[in-house]
Design a protein around this ligand. Structure first.
Ligand code: ADP
Ligand code: MG
Length: 357
């Protein structure tokens, strides 16, 4: 096992930032910690790195209990959200830094350092910039150098704390694909923190969803996306329509409509429910194809590239419903604001938890 966290708890003046977190990351795995701002992600990384001590619990890295070791003894590489390169040092000196400050007996020779830095800069495709200063690089380039610097000391574990979040959307997407490929080459056990579900879904072998200092769910991107265990995870993993209603006698209310409750909730006593439908799981047609179709009117059209967003006022529903359809369908049906359509909710997920949106 690369990383084993056992029952980590951390309080700040009475506030519980981490509440009994246990998590295993296999050697060579890339795990994304995904959760909203303030849920404890950075605190957990800082504890793994030894920059913060837990109140209780253990941190085992590559079979070794490192709970009370200082950061420099942990052999952990860290890349932060904000470019933490030394401004007055060149790219070469930045990457070499961690090697040059090693105690004499562990420090590689000058030529070995030179070789290693060149190798790492090639790996992150920044070898052309070896003599430059950070101010001469773009944000994305600086983060690649920061990654090379973190890898310089051959860390057992690599921790990345929202490393791309200060970059614009296109660069962020490029870098996440690049990092995924790089990880496939170097296989260093990694934890990648993000609040961006798309980033987590695209990048990680496994996703751990955190909320208020607790793990809500963990699994492969597909498992977590297709089978969210509760309302929080469902809502956090993408855009969603929420219908507050009641569950009674095996039926769930959706506006003034009723649909069959899912099997596990068929026999539950009457209580509040939340039904969720993702915008891309809504069907739009010009003719009614099933009795359950809703009559709706398009209130707004949003062009989102290949997808088109529709805001629909539907009979029996207090709030408008958001749908996303393929551009082709949109053109074929000749849809426009004010047009009447039929709406089918193709995949409704119902939860009875009292999570508030
Ligand atoms: P995230 O990285 O998920 O946004 P953090 O781990 O930074 O969340 O913070 C979790 C919670 O702990 C937040 O409510 C934050 O205000 C609090 N917190 C973090 N560090 C400290 C600290 N040193 N002192 C007091 N509270 C802190
Ligand atoms: Mg943070």
């Amino acid at each position: 096992m690369g990383i084993e966290l056992q029952n980590i708890t951390k309080k700040f003046t009475g506030y519980t930032a981490l509440d009994n977190i246990s998590l295993n990351v296999a050697s060579g795995e890339l795990v994304a910690l995904l959760g909203p701002s303030g849920c404890g992600k950075t605190t957990l990384l800082r504890i793994i790195a030894g920059l913060e001590l837990p109140d209780s619990g253990k941190i085992i890295l590559e079979q070794k209990d490192t709970t009370n070791l200082p950061p420099r003894k942990k052999n952990v590489g860290f890349v932060f959200q904000h470019y933490a390169l030394f401004r007055r040092l060149t790219v070469f000196e930045n990457v070499a830094f961690g090697l040059k400050v090693l105690p004499m007996r562990e420090r590689p020779s000058r030529s070995a350092i030179q070789e290693r830095v060149e190798h790492l800069l090639k790996l992150v495709q920044m070898d052309w910039a070896i003599k430059r200063y950070p101010s001469q690089l773009s944000g994305g380039q600086r983060q690649r150098v920061a990654l090379a610097r973190a890898l310089a000391v051959n860390p057992k574990v690599l921790l990345l704390d929202e490393p791309f979040s200060a970059l614009d959307a296109k660069v962020r997407q490029e870098l996440r694909r690049w990092l995924r490929k790089l990880h496939d080459e170097i296989h260093v056990t990694s934890i990648f923190v993000t609040h961006d579900q798309e980033e987590a879904l695209e990048l990680a072998d496994r996703i751990v969803v955190i909320n208020k200092g607790r793990i809500e769910q963990q699994g492969t991107p597909q498992e977590v996306y297709d089978h969210p265990v509760n309302a929080f995870v469902y809502n956090f993993l993408g855009n969603v329509n929420v219908f507050h209603g009641r569950i009674k006698n095996g039926k769930v209310t959706l506006g003034t409509h009723h649909v069959d409750a899912p099997d596990e909730l068929k026999h539950t006593e009457e209580r509040a429910s939340q039904a969720f439908v993702r915008p891309h799981e809504i069907g739009i047609s010009r003719i009614r194809s099933a009795e359950t179709d809703l009559a709706g009117t398009i209130q707004e059209v949003r062009i989102m590239g290949g997808q088109i967003g529709l805001n629909l006022a539907c009979e029996g529903f207090e709030h408008p419903i958001d749908a996303e359809i393929q551009r082709e369908l949109y053109l074929n049906l000749q849809l426009a604001k004010g047009e009447k359509v039929f709406v089918s909710l193709n995949r409704v997920r119902v939860f009875t938890s009292d999570y508030e949106i």
